[in-house]
Design a protein. Sequence first.
Length: 139
Amino acid sequence: MNYCMNCGREYDGAPGYCPECAATYQQPPYQQAPQYQQPPYQQAPYQQPPVQNVYVQAPYPPTEVDAPNTGFAILSFFFPIVGLILYIIWKDKTPLKAKSCGKGALISVIVSVVGSIVSTILYVVLLGGLFALEAGMYY
């Protein structure tokens, strides 16, 4: 069955001419549209969402490797104030590394105190010996 594109009536005539309204067509008139049938359900294929350059913070901050460090212990030995500062900064985040800095600074302070005591004793003994020589006690 053909339908006129101008008046919409059904006719059995030749395509391109409607006998009711005498319309002529450049293209053939509409055919009766088939009844709509819903296609069977199909799930759309999965598509990866587009990548966006958005910074997403991890649920936990990255952890720093905590291990005793000989290099920082030696640095702290020669510069005890640096060792003390590093110990204070790192004592919560990296306790083993902080402990090595603290040990280096503490050993440096102990060595300098012991060295001062020993040098003071030697100075007093040598100075006392010189005074005793000059006084003529030792012949």
